[in-house]
Design a protein around this ligand. Structure first.
Ligand code: CP3
Length: 330
């Protein structure tokens, strides 16, 4: 689905298709002591990856893991405070960045999960691996948690030396992590830059475009035929620039992007993905059907992968996902 051809109906998967909206996910999630322990248990992570495929028959499975496994493998402490989101031991100067060393053996259970999922999936179902983009992962590492404004991360990125060293370490680790997933059996990978939209255009060029361009180039050299989807969330008018400059094969669009504009402005050799507002899915009903139809119309004849503009939200009724699948394939 990442070779530039238009497929009707479009292939379909959803970001966060495995997660708390599914009762069967909540059931197995309660068996793990903590969230990272869950990600690092190949039995549980394989099962979580397969659950949404069994229930809905999506065209792609996405590995069940998290972007913050990479800081963990770099030696920064990461934990998930129940109900509060991620916490990390903050990295705030060049010395701390220089001390980071990627140890892929810490992620061996992730690659084992990839192998098991690939073996369990039908050949026609694509398996996607993923990683966070350097800017987004650095933002969590510098803040020590999620943030609305990313003040500490941007203060360092814009104002002091050493931030590029942190980005460089993350570029190296990300290439390695994605290559190991592809070598274990992932068919393609997605790079999540969830906080790309927090940067100004100059910051976007230096901390989003440049590191992603290096990752894509090195990955394609190391793994011939590697396919990459980029997701610079809330990049707005900079989406076409990202598509031209990074070398990605596909690009995911958030829900704020007018699709008619994107279809005209983004190079046709880059497949498009995404855009349905997760709240349309949560709301369901006629508004969901109308939104699905509008996306199908706007992307007709274009290489497109049906998806949301961001992840499935925990209060989403599972029946609404069934309605979406039926409508996309109608
Ligand atoms: O189904 C899938 O999409 C695959 C698995 C996946 C998870 N996280 C599982 C998860 C993927 C691809 C991610 C990516 C991820 N993780 C991103 C980028 C995408 C995005 O959402 O913007 C980010 C920023 C993270 C970091 C992260 N992980 C946060 C901020 C949180 C807490 C927020 C929350 O929803 O609770 C997580 C935890 C997390 N990662 C959960 C899941 C299913 C929920 C935790 C739980 O079940 O207890």
């Amino acid at each position: 689905m990442l070779h530039g051809e238009a497929i009707e109906p479009p292939p379909l998967w959803l970001m966060r298709q495995a997660g708390r909206y599914l009762p069967e996910y909540r059931e197995i999630r309660s068996k793990a002591p903590d969230f990272l322990g869950f990600c690092f248990d190949p039995d549980l992570a394989t099962e979580a990856t397969l659950q949404p495929i069994r229930r809905y028959g999506f065209d792609a499975a996405i590995l069940f893991s998290d972007i913050l496994t990479v800081p963990h493998a770099l030696g920064a402490r990461v934990w998930f405070a129940e109900g509060e989101g991620p916490r990390l031991e903050p990295v705030r100067d060049a010395r701390a960045a220089d001390a980071l060393q990627f140890d892929a053996t810490k992620l061996a259970p992730v690659y084992e999960t990839v192998r098991r999922v690939r073996a369990a999936l039908p050949a026609s179902t694509t398996l996607l691996g993923f990683a966070g983009a350097p800017w987004t992962v650095a933002a969590y590492m510098v803040e020590g948690s999620g943030s609305r404004d990313w003040i500490e991360a941007k203060r360092w990125a814009y104002g002091r030396d050493g931030f590029d060293l942190l980005i460089d370490r993350l570029v190296d680790a990300t290439v390695e992590h994605l290559a190991l997933q592809l070598e274990a059996g992932a068919d393609a990978v997605q790079i999540f830059d969830s906080w790309a939209g927090a940067l100004d255009p100059a910051g976007f060029e230096r901390f989003v475009i440049e590191p992603t361009r290096r990752i894509v180039g090195r990955l394609k050299q190391r793994v011939p035929g590697a396919r990459v989807i980029g997701f610079p969330r809330q990049a707005g008018a900079l989406y076409p620039r990202y598509a031209d400059a990074t070398g990605v094969d596909g690009m995911s669009l958030d829900s704020g992007v007018p699709l008619d504009w994107a279809v005209g402005a983004i190079d046709r050799k880059v497949a498009l993905q995404g855009n349905l507002d997760p709240l349309r899915l949560l709301a369901g009903g006629a508004s969901l059907d109308a939104s699905v139809d509008a996306i199908r119309r706007a992307t007709h004849g274009r290489s497109f992968i049906f998806n949301l503009g961001h992840g499935v939200l925990p209060p989403t009724p599972p029946e609404h996902v069934a309605q979406l699948v039926e409508r996309v394939r109608a």
